[in-house]
Design a protein around this ligand. Sequence first.
Ligand code: UN1
Length: 541
Amino acid sequence: MASTKFTNEFTYRRLLEAGEEQKFDSMFEEALKSAKAGFGARNPMYIGGREVYAGEQLEERSPIDHGILIGQFQKGTREHARQAIAEAKRVFPQWSSTDYKERVSIFRHVAELFVRDKFKLAAVLSYENGKSRYESVGEVDEAIDFLRYYADELERNKGYIRKTSISQSSGKVQLGFQGAPSGSERITISMEPYGVFGVIAPFNFPVSISVGMSVGAMITGNTVVFKPSSTDNMSMLTGLYIYRLMKEGGVPDGVFNYVTGPGSEVGDELVLSNDVAGIVFTGSRATGLKMIARTFSAGNQKAFIVEMGGKNPAIVSKYADIDKAVDGAVSAAFGFAGQKCSALSRVYVHESIKEIFISKLLERTRAIKVGNPLAKENYMGPLISESAYRRYAESVDKARASGRMLYGGNKVSTGLDGFYVEPVIVELRHEHELVHTELFLPFLTIETYNDFKDALRMANDVEYGLTAGLYSKNRREIKEFTKGIQAGTVYINRSTSATTGAIVGMHTFVGWKGSGLTGKGTGSRHYLPQFMREKSVSLTE
Ligand code: UN1
């Protein structure tokens, strides 16, 4: 196991390579029908394995068309969060002392259930947040990869327990001091779970990121209160689906609790409770920093594992393969309408190739179809919410006032009740506010440079440091970029995407600077240790 290479799920790729793309489409389309049949229900929360209903409901509607009612969910309160924390705390002693091999086998089983329900879950996901079939199935694949990869890691590290010993010294001293000849000791160094983790999930990857964060916490022996995104950008049905698969896979009641409700109630209780030992969060920098400040200023202390957004650059050098750069930029900037932390939002292109790069970029962007993401041909679906649309309209106004609009800026009419917009490409000076603020929109700014050092300087000159791309065949530039770029997840000459699409077990997905806190990434070897603290016990007999 230790030496074998990790195998990713890669559903679409496998079917495509086997000449079975049609099967991919028919399975997804079949799943859309059965997913829809389950919509509109009144759904409970699950606390300690029991169904719990709140006084008020949240109505979740599809961003594809607000006429589609996904379901009624519970508007959980602080009190519900407290109950869930109490349940998670109650079962922690037992869960944390189960043999790690048992936890490995539970989550491997859960992975198989995700494989079984892959298309159904992907269909729900597409309805719920407007992803295309490729993005949705890819996301469920990523969740399966996280489950398997973390199980492999726990096993490879033998549950993070290490034994050492010191033999009896023949020299004798009366009193001990640092460095004194020691007696015989047997030492166990173990990594121990913290306790209850609050898992606070984003709307944009409600399956893979929710599963990755939750499994990271649980497989290492912590228990979880899971809060899906539920205020403005809702993803509570995939959250519920995840709960059900965890339960079916053998996660005991109370170890994984599903609590829906506003961040100001449920999230805030998780942050403030003394019974919550850690928070794992993916979302905006503003929310992340607020949670951390609130915890510590209340005299409370917790482990925080946070990923907090990006403003990701790509440099297109005069030594670039321009077609590759164009392909990589378009998919990174406009895939899932730019609503990824990893999305490309800034291009720095060498002055000498600017015109040709822009003309090819526009040609490719013109070919992007915006519309109902359930239809195979549409690459870009809707924005997630009205507030995202307002941000789009305001950003477009600002861009028109101070830059050269190259593409887009308008609403797209689809006949659906959703916020469909054109991708935006705008030439803007690096100093402009829109080049520094995370927008979470299909919005790409372009700036030129002459000297590679300036390109690198501008690429680094934002508060974030998540992903970054370079297109250049020049060895010196590649070296300079590799060494100098201040970002955790870096891609060079990648035509599939300039900045998005990290692969579990291959890359690590990690934010530097304002994009993260621990400097350790997901889908990588250093992820799990963050959910534990070391303990060294020396026994002299
Ligand atoms: C995010 O948008 O929060 O590498 C993360 C990627 C995805 C993760 C995106 N696996 O694009």
